[in-house]
Design a protein around this ligand. Sequence first.
Ligand SMILES: Cc1cc2nc3c(=O)[nH]c(=O)nc-3n(C[C@H](O)[C@H](O)[C@H](O)COP(=O)(O)OP(=O)(O)OC[C@H]3O[C@@H](n4cnc5c(N)ncnc54)[C@H](O)[C@@H]3O)c2cc1C
Length: 402
Amino acid sequence: MTLTNWAGNTTFHAKEVHHPTSLDELQRLVAGSSSVRALGSGHSFNHVADTTGDLVVLDRMPELVEIDSAAAKVRVGARITYAQLAPLLHKAGFALANMASLPHISVAGSVATGTHGSGVTQPGLASAVSSIDLVTADGSLLTLSRGDADFPGAVVSVGALGIVTSLTLDLVPAFELRQYVREGLTPDALADFDAIMASGYSVSLFTDFRDTRVWLKREDELTDPDWYGTTPADGPRHPLPAMPPDTCTGQLGVPGPWYDRLPHFRADSPPSGAGDELQSELLLPREHAVKALRELFAIGDRIRPALQISEIRTIAADELWLSPFNGRDTVGIHFTWVRDVDTVMPVLELVERTLAPFDPRPHWGKLFTRFPECPPRFKELARRLDPTGKFGNAFTRVLLGE
Ligand SMILES: Cc1cc2nc3c(=O)[nH]c(=O)nc-3n(C[C@H](O)[C@H](O)[C@H](O)COP(=O)(O)OP(=O)(O)OC[C@H]3O[C@@H](n4cnc5c(N)ncnc54)[C@H](O)[C@@H]3O)c2cc1C
């Protein structure tokens, strides 16, 4: 059977797919393979997870969810999804500080690509990782924890360092949020970008570079009826305007648990356009947000034929070497494209050219054409842990300049 990613735009080229059932079996597999990579839940839109060698899926490994209430941490198996994990944490009185737009993705795959949600004080999901266990090239198990010299290179790793078997995540006390959708944000109102994005725990703008709606996730009620000149949506909304909202998490200001409000999409439904889409995202220093958005609104007529919707989010800076948010508070400009590569690629190149003066970095798990410079210390770490390039693929070879 042909194995593809979630969107079906990428076919995997593995000579064999393995489902190890124990750590010992995984270690022997890695030690004996000359080319091996892990696949998470397969939600990336490019070839980042692909290999022509052995592809490892950890879905039959022993389940692991160990909550340490005193330390406010949880240790999880790498293949667990946020959808599986979140209700268990909530039941124990805990939460993750943030989540992506969908909970269906695996923890290891998400942090490996720098996956993020939104929030001016919220870094990417990888920042919650305090320790990581991985099987390295010779089959031995390496644990790296916050404070270890190599740790900042090991979390956002695009799978280039080894097969991650488990991760320990920071927890916060469980909390509730209210989600509001506001319609009719004018392009002029975007001058208040910083204030708008700071007016909730997590704020997203959905725009086609003509009409803009705001997804506000707040702890308290939104009482201003004219908030930034917008009107409240008169019913639930889907981020893709033509889609029915029943796959979306609760809106209209009704309070709900963090894991049923932070993602836009419900765990029990297919997310977003149910696979009928491609995605790209460029991550810029947040100080350029208003100028960059003005440039995109100015070429909106040329973007729209390839676009379903764009999402604008903010992500706080981190110190992880390969993280798109390394050292800079960030604005993420995301594009949900139509599922037609020939239509999308010229528009993606136009968007990349337009945003180039703002020093963009790509989302590792989405479509892009311009690889940024790889931080030298990540290259050194990859070569030291994997001298023969066993965990490499076409994607990492370009990244590492090999
Ligand atoms: C509908 C949709 C919505 C999305 N929304 C968001 C969003 O809100 N925010 C955002 O930032 N991104 C978003 N994404 C992108 C998504 O979060 C990333 O593509 C993420 O990597 C998906 O996780 P995964 O488990 O599917 O990873 P995969 O695509 O399976 O793998 C990604 C990378 O991780 C590596 N990897 C996976 N498991 C391991 C392991 N055990 N050890 C070592 N390496 C491993 C793979 O080799 C690969 O390099 C979205 C994607 C979709 C399809």
